[in-house]
Design a binder for this molecule. Structure first.
Ligand SMILES: [Zn+2]
Length: 326
């Protein structure tokens, strides 16, 4: 029986699950609403039930399953598999996720921050294949990051390394929720694209989006701004270009600091690659040393919607490789 793992992508809204082969093929998958209001105990029990029914759907599979990986949007205490805190999962403070799942499932469970899991997924199955060192950046509600150096995930002393979204790109820039000003997340996340577009329209900037969204600002999405930019709207184009420029400032620092083989840009916003990649590369060229800049490929992620599940499953294989010491 070939090796396989179960990947669980626990998000604030949805939980996605899949049985994943060692080569990154999703053999069976399912999804459900997180129902975060029910509290951690009930959510964990429903995840366990969903894992069991996934196994039932694939008869004989249980023999090849090497474990369950689960990606969580929050701060994870790695040695004990505890979720210390999660901004997206209210009430998940000091939750014994690994131990309670292991007890209920009888399988080894690995818990990791979702951005770190994503980096492992792209490294093992996607755009990071073959790279010794890479930085993965996810553009979504926020800007997340995961760093792999010489094949190993960089976690830092508190498991909080890789928070590239809070690197400063404008010292006196927009106030961020983290307390800093001018974080790249305030310019290059989907949330930032929407906020900046609405605030420019509010200040009287001309835009094809102005008419519809002055009345219903809550309906505007980063996708709308992307489509307006592609149709030639000057404001939307400017905001996307600036998002790319800020990513480039961040990337230049990462390149000088880490000399990675690749920077992989994933998440929902990576769909706007043709708008953000050019200003991003221009900025890198201007700011980073030539040799590491020429070395570093700046590429879009390849895992798409399956990134969370694949990354979570990748945790299981990563651990196994790590334990063997190769
Ligand atoms: Zn910040």
């Amino acid at each position: 029986v070939s090796k396989a793992a179960i990947g669980v992508d626990l998000g604030g809204t949805n939980v996605r699950l899949g049985i994943v082969s060692e080569k990154g093929a999703i053999m069976t998958s399912s999804r459900m609403l997180t129902g975060v209001g029910e509290g951690p105990d009930r959510v964990i029990r429903r995840i366990v039930t969903a894992v069991k029914s996934l196994l039932k759907k694939t008869p004989g599979r249980e023999h090849g399953i090497h474990g369950v990986g689960i990606g969580v949007p929050g701060i994870i205490s790695l040695p004990d598999g505890i979720v210390r805190f999660s901004p997206n999962l209210p009430g998940w403070t000091d939750i014994q996720l690994r131990d309670s799942m292991e007890k209920m499932l009888g399988l080894p469970v690995v818990v990791e921050n979702d951005a770190n899991a994503y980096a492992l997924g792209e490294h093992r199955f996607g755009a990071g294949k073959g790279a010794g060192s890479l930085v993965c950046v996810t553009l979504g509600t926020g800007v997340g990051g995961g760093i792999i150096i010489d094949g190993s995930l960089v976690r830092g002393s508190d498991g909080m390394a890789g928070e590239v979204g809070h690197m400063t790109v404008r010292p006196n820039g927009i106030q961020c929720n983290c307390g800093n000003r001018g974080c790249v997340e305030r310019y290059s996340s989907a949330t930032a694209i929407v906020e900046r577009t609405l605030s420019a329209i509010g200040r009287g900037s001309k835009s094809s989006l102005a008419h519809k969204y002055t009345k219903n600002p809550g309906l505007l999405t980063a996708r709308d701004v992307y489509e307006a930019a592609m149709a030639g709207d000057a404001l939307s184009t400017r905001i996307y270009r600036d998002a790319g420029r800020c990513l480039g400032i961040m990337a230049a620092d990462l390149i000088n600091l880490l000399n990675p083989d690749r920077i992989v840009v994933g998440g929902g916003m990576a769909g706007a690659w043709e708008l953000i990649s050019v200003p991003m590369r221009t900025e890198v060229k201007k700011r980073a040393f030539d040799i590491p800049a020429a070395r570093c490929g700046i590429v879009p992620g390849l895992l798409g919607d399956d990134a969370g599940v694949l990354g979570a499953a990748g945790l299981v294989f990563y651990r196994r490789v790590g334990k063997k010491g190769d």
